[in-house]
Design a protein. Structure first.
Ligand code: GLY
Length: 380
């Protein structure tokens, strides 16, 4: 599809999980409708909005206005921006504040922010009074296409990312695409890596469409809503078939085994955003697949070219401070991968490619092969 798209009415994607089914509402300005939607879903509810300082500056007041307009009482809980809040201390702060705000079983937590806020607030909701419902109002591209959908919530342990958490599906996802206008170009690009991921893992036609339309997505044209909706549909379909990640859902981890190790090696700092790690990880997964003879080198190069064309890092050497300890060392990267949730009895789980649009879960990858491959990439 290459014809220009027009901004259209809001798009609703259904996550068909039976009695826990919910809508993802996508469109410019849909945050304004939050209050009316919450009032319709939960008459008489109280809410607590969990957000971070930066998001609060732009979007807390409009969110509160929308809820107040529907007669819904709200309180606000503001956390520090970034992974520093996805910790035991961050969870304690949010949980205690929710109890102090008298959020009860039939009330609602509203996660207004990016992936960190969604994961943290969702996990706090999952354990508060043994579980209260929550609404996701994602404000980053990454959260709109990935972390706000599918019910994964949690915090990090000092020993690894997302090691503590719960599956807890939201009641509603409100993805207002106009909020993305305040993201930095780098943050937007990092989120775009997760959009491209859906094409690479399961939809070659979408990948080709992204190749033709990425400029419109970046400039805020109607292709943006189409890309977000297509990503959410792809994720919803997978989550509905495999909510608890017993099989197919693992495909969504394409690029993440390498990516998480790179994030850990850079101290989960601004040197590498999550989506940037995923971009490099996807290229490594494609190249590793090519080395194993699963896809052609030309297809692996096509994945790399697309991500590079939007300005994403695609090589280990693109990471700031690449030569620092831990990054330019295949053994150190292997040790970090061994701590990931994707390790089972010494064998690594990787998502590999049989083609662009056809990813597979490989549960028994020999660590020695991965180490040799990384060594090659590091010296290249
Ligand atoms: N972000 C991967 C998943 O939700 O399964």
């Amino acid at each position: 599809m290459t014809a220009p798209l027009k901004h259209s009415a809001d798009i609703t994607v259904d996550v068909a999980l039976g009695d826990r089914a919910y809508d993802i509402v996508i469109g410019r300005g849909v945050l304004e409708t939050l209050g009316a939607r919450v009032a319709a879903l939960r008459p008489g509810v109280r809410t607590a909005i969990v957000t971070d300082r930066t998001v609060a500056k732009h979007w807390l007041e409009p969110t509160e206005r929308s809820l107040a307009g529907a007669g819904i009482p709200t309180s606000r809980i503001i956390v520090e921006e970034g992974e520093i809040s996805k910790t035991y201390a961050g969870l304690e702060k949010v949980s205690e504040a929710l109890i102090a705000a008298k959020i009860e079983r039939n009330d609602l937590v509203i996660a207004l922010g990016g992936g960190v806020v969604g994961d943290l607030a969702g996990f706090a909701a999952a354990i508060l009074r043994r579980g209260v419902d929550f609404v996701q109002a994602p404000t980053s591209l990454l959260a709109q296409v990935d972390s706000s959908v599918g019910g994964k919530t949690g915090i990090n342990s000092p020993q690894g990312k997302n090691l503590l958490g719960a599956f807890h599906q939201p009641l509603l996802v409100i993805a207002d695409t106009s909020v993305l206008d305040t993201l930095s170009p780098r943050q937007f690009r990092a989120g775009y890596a997760e959009v491209a991921k859906y094409g690479v893992l399961g939809d070659e036609a979408f990948f080709a469409w992204l190749d033709a339309n990425h400029a419109d997505i970046f400039s805020g044209g109607a292709a943006r809503e189409h890309a977000i909706a297509t990503s959410c549909r792809a994720k919803a379909a997978i989550v509905c078939r495999d909510e608890r990640e017993n099989g197919e859902r693992a495909l969504l981890n394409l690029g993440h085994t390498f990516g998480h190790a790179l994030e850990a090696a850079t101290g989960f700092s601004d040197r590498l955003f999550h989506g940037e790690g995923v971009a490099i990880g996807m290229v490594l997964a494609a190249e590793f697949s090519a080395q194993l003879g699963m896809i052609s080198a030309a297809d692996a190069a096509r994945v790399e070219r697309h991500l590079a064309s939007v300005g994403l890092p695609t090589h280990l050497q693109d990471i700031a401070g690449f030569t620092q300890e831990g990054l330019a060392d295949a053994d150190a990267l292997m040790a970090l991968m061994a701590q990931d949730k994707k390790v089972k009895r010494g064998k690594l789980t990787f998502i590999l490619l049989q083609a662009i649009g056809r990813a597979v879960v490989a549960n028994d990858v020999e660590p020695a092969l991965v180490r040799d491959f990384l060594q090659q990439k590091l010296s290249g």
